[in-house]
Design a binder for this molecule. Structure first.
Ligand code: ATP
Length: 358
């Protein structure tokens, strides 16, 4: 299947070091795709290759079926916003936004009019004549966004654009960027290492690790149906339970700590396979007595971290570390140093086959 944007077998080596290994990705027109992954996993390098600031060692990038790999950055019609947005200090907001139009030969009157329309769209009506130093960090970032969008790019690349903003402003800008992206329908790649940002903004999340794509899927699939242990551990909080399949058709695996555990049977899982069972902390309940209709285990509580409306309970079942996220009411039944019952429904258990070398 060929998407609007196509990354085909892109490998990038810096000397002996392989930063990207055969990355393939297909993105639909208008999609908002987030690259998520730890530091050094290859997100920015992939973006730089798309933008034309780095050259792939192998592979190709295509937009609407045409290779852009040989084009210079300014010939690619791509809008880019970085964390340090680098506005021209001696130009007003409107002149900054007009700049890419000026480079494309658009006359001043028409260009400034379009720049002001774009400033309106990013919520900066009335600030067109201000200089960057007269704008807050969030406002400057909006100018940078307007400048990246004003020439109607084929693709918008955002590299940690909210990294420098404080938490509240960051959340506000997440909503704004999503709104603007939807309004314009511009195909967008957003780089972040903040998983909640990726969860809340994306149509699809691409999880990078060590220069490879671990999984590309919707936020809900990434969270509930992670393909690898890495994705399960990196996105959200998780209990990862090593187990061996005893009955593949019925979906039963035996964990040394928890005993036989039911899981949703899935294709490609056979009796005798080693796998990892994922149980999210918020799917586990705490109680004094075992609860009926659920799988139960006894947990020794080591630490309770209170967050007001919820608490994280950290403990052990035998040698197996367990984390349980509980809402206020359940916390009162337990104390640090005591044993309690933990329980979960079978459908809360997701099986992840162990892949060789991962
Ligand atoms: P971060 O979240 O920290 O920005 P990232 O996932 O974007 O990380 P990249 O910047 O793509 O990671 O880097 C991937 C790997 O390639 C890293 O190990 C990095 O050190 C290496 N790398 C990137 N650029 C170069 C370069 N010009 N020369 C040598 N190595 C590089």
């Amino acid at each position: 299947m060929n998407g609007y944007l196509q990354i085909n077998g892109v490998t990038k080596r810096f000397g002996d070091f392989t930063a990207l290994e055969k990355v393939d990705l297909s993105v639909e027109k208008g999609e908002f795709v987030t690259f998520l992954g730890p530091s050094g996993s290859g997100k920015t390098t992939t973006l730089m290759i798309m933008a034309g600031f780095e050259k792939a060692t192998h592979g190709d990038v295509l937009i609407e079926g045409r290779s852009i790999s040989r084009l210079a950055p300014h010939e690619r019609n791509i809008g880019i916003v970085f964390q340090n947005y680098a506005l021209f200090p001696h130009k007003t907001a409107a002149e900054n936004v007009y700049f890419p139009l000026q480079m494309r030969g658009v006359g001043k009157a028409d260009g400034l009019r379009r720049a002001k329309e774009m400033l309106d769209l990013v919520g900066l009506s009335g600030m067109a004549e201000r200089y960057p130093k007269e704008l807050s960090g969030g406002q400057q970032q909006r100018v940078a966004l307007a400048r990246a969008l004003v020439f109607e790019p084929s693709l918008l690349l955002l590299d940690e654009p909210l990294g420098a903003l404080d938490k509240n402003l960051r959340e506000q800008m997440q909503i704004e960027i999503k709104r603007i992206q939807r309004t314009l329908g511009v195909t967008t790649i957003f780089v972040t290492h903040d998983q909640s940002e990726a969860m809340s903004m994306s149509d699809r999340i691409v999880v990078f690790e060590k220069g490879r794509i671990e999984q590309a899927a919707t936020p809900l699939d990434i969270y509930h149906r992670p393909k690898t242990k890495f994705v399960a551990g990196f996105v959200g909080e998780s209990n990862l339970v090593p187990a061996k399949v005893s009955d593949a058709a019925a979906g039963v695996a035996v964990s040394p700590a928890l005993g036989p555990c039911d899981f949703e049977p899935a294709e490609g899982i056979s009796a005798g396979d080693d796998l990892t069972l994922l149980i999210r902390p918020e799917h586990i309940r705490l109680s004094r007595q075992p609860l009926e209709g659920r799988q139960n285990a006894s947990m020794l509580v080591d630490t309770i971290v209170n967050y007001g409306d919820n608490a994280l309970v950290i403990g052990r079942v035998g040698d197996l570390p367990m984390r349980v996220r509980v809402l206020g009411a359940d916390v009162v039944v337990i104390r640090e140093g005591e044993n309690c019952c933990i329980s979960w429904p079978p459908e809360a258990v997701f099986a992840i086959p162990d892949l060789p070398g991962r």
